[in-house]
Design a protein around this ligand. Structure first.
Ligand SMILES: Cc1cc2nc3c(=O)[nH]c(=O)nc-3n(C[C@H](O)[C@H](O)[C@H](O)COP(=O)(O)OP(=O)(O)OC[C@H]3O[C@@H](n4cnc5c(N)ncnc54)[C@H](O)[C@@H]3O)c2cc1C
Length: 415
């Protein structure tokens, strides 16, 4: 099939999700373009900041299959146990890697470290053209191609592509230019993140603790350091951010307790307002939205990027298979196949995360009793615990090949 377009796949947004898709397609015979608003060589890109990402076991498998995991391991800390508790109440549950016969339930790594590896790998990739710094100003889709107009260093340029991928984050311009509606739920909460030094070693345990104002997570990093993700009510965030270090540590200690001994030191703090934002459509002819552009979640449970990476693994497989069978990768039947494959994972993860926030942000007596019984039940009933584990590890449902540790396509003369 001859194709007159500039690109087969044009990705808008070079954050963790967009960059991962480009790399997942590196061995495919596709011409990839990637438009990124921030200059590519800039180290401090907004998508690659200091936030820590709890990377599920399933995501590690995807990165491994893509050939990038090895380069990330020096910056990744294994999570061997997850300890979930409710401040001031009796219930708690422990999830353990040994129960799943894996070396870790997941890994903690900063977005910056993931970004460093993805950026290096992309620089060596021959089938990608980086268009940056550039922002999309207009977009038209027809039966044969999507035509994207970009402003690139003050000049207007146009690119055509068989498939346009919107990976441009929660404020997606692509979504806006196509008037794709969103639903938005403001949780009235803000995540405060910082690195903490603790008296006792974390022993590779990730703590998720539910408090009156929202969840508080302490994720293991190197030595005696942990990454704090503390969710506070938005109208209290200025007070929390302006506390001096000692008072900040005392406030966290009061909510977290002494499982890691005394909290000794805190690093730079950052704040992120929390919302659930969902696009009403995932695909249109020539277009697909992935990652935060289609679903932005509350970080409780650490699911957002993991979900986006499964978008990547699935879309890469659908593109590879369509190419292999001579199908048009931007046609609606192909993209509908992708959307149908993804919808149940989206629904499950969004529902799970949203319910966690609702259930654990409410201090009414029946609810607090129910969730503590829930935690105890999860702790003593193996099937409940197993289901929770598989969800946390991102290994349930109909998984794409990369998430099963396989290459993108069945080998030609397979066994
Ligand atoms: C405090 C916090 C903690 C979190 N913890 C976890 C966790 O533990 N586990 C987990 O799985 N997830 C976590 N997440 C979620 C995770 O960070 C996001 O899901 C992920 O970063 C989304 O990546 P993305 O590439 O889709 O979007 P983004 O990172 O927003 O990237 C979008 C990219 O598009 C570019 N762009 C935007 N507009 C344009 C345009 N018009 N033209 C060109 N380029 C454009 C931007 O410059 C950016 O590079 C957390 C989030 C927060 C806030």
């Amino acid at each position: 099939m001859t194709n007159q377009n500039d690109f087969d796949v044009l990705i808008v947004g070079g954050g963790m999700v967009g960059a991962s898709l480009a790399i997942a397609l590196r061995d495919q015979p596709v011409r990839i373009g990637m438009i990124e608003a921030v200059a590519w060589q800039v180290e401090d890109k907004p998508g690659y900041d200091d936030r820590t990402i709890a990377l599920a076991w399933g995501s590690r498998r995807i990165f491994d299959s893509m050939g990038v995991w090895q380069a990330m391991t020096p910056d990744a800390t294994a999570i061997k146990t997850i300890h979930v508790s409710d401040q001031g109440h009796f219930g708690f549950t422990r999830l353990d890697a040994r129960q799943q016969q894996v070396e870790a339930l997941g890994y903690v790594i900063t977005a910056r470290a993931i970004g460093k590896v993805l950026t290096q790998q992309l620089a060596e990739q021959t089938n990608v053209t980086l268009i940056s710094p550039a922002t999309v100003t207009n977009l038209e889709c027809d039966k044969h191609c999507a035509t994207v107009t970009v402003n690139q260093e003050g000049q207007s340029r146009q690119y055509t592509t068989s498939l346009l991928v919107g990976a441009d984050g929660v404020k997606s311009t692509i979504r806006e230019l196509l008037s794709i509606d969103t639903t938005m739920k403001d949780y009235g909460q803000t995540a405060v993140i910082a690195n903490l030094t603790t008296e006792k070693a974390h022993n590779h345990i990730a703590f998720e603790r539910f408090t009156r104002t929202g969840p508080l997570a302490l994720l293991p990093m190197d030595d005696h350091r942990c990454a704090l993700v503390w969710t506070v009510e938005t109208d209290e965030v200025d007070d929390v951010m302006s506390l001096d270090d000692d008072r900040f540590l005392q406030a966290v200690q009061k909510r977290f307790g002494y499982r890691l001994g005394k909290l000794l030191k805190v690093g730079k703090r950052d704040a992120y307002p929390l919302r659930l934002v969902r696009a009403q459509e995932q695909v249109r002819e020539r277009l697909v939205l992935i990652g935060n552009a289609v679903h932005t979640l509350h970080p409780v449970g650490g699911q957002g990027f993991n979900l986006g990476l499964r978008d990547v693994a699935t879309l890469a497989q659908v593109i590879a298979e369509a190419r292999h069978t001579g199908n048009d990768i931007g046609s609606l039947p192909i993209l509908n196949h992708y959307a149908e494959w993804r919808i149940s994972d989206h629904e499950r993860v969004i529902g799970f995360t949203d319910n966690l926030v609702k259930l654990f942000s409410n201090d009414s007596l029946p609810l607090s009793f129910a969730r503590n019984v829930g935690l105890l039940v999860a702790d003593v009933l193996p099937p409940v615990k197993k289901a929770l584990l598989r969800r946390t590890m991102g290994i349930y449902g109909h998984l794409p090949r990369l998430a099963r540790g396989l290459c993108l396509q069945e080998p030609e003369h397979g066994t």
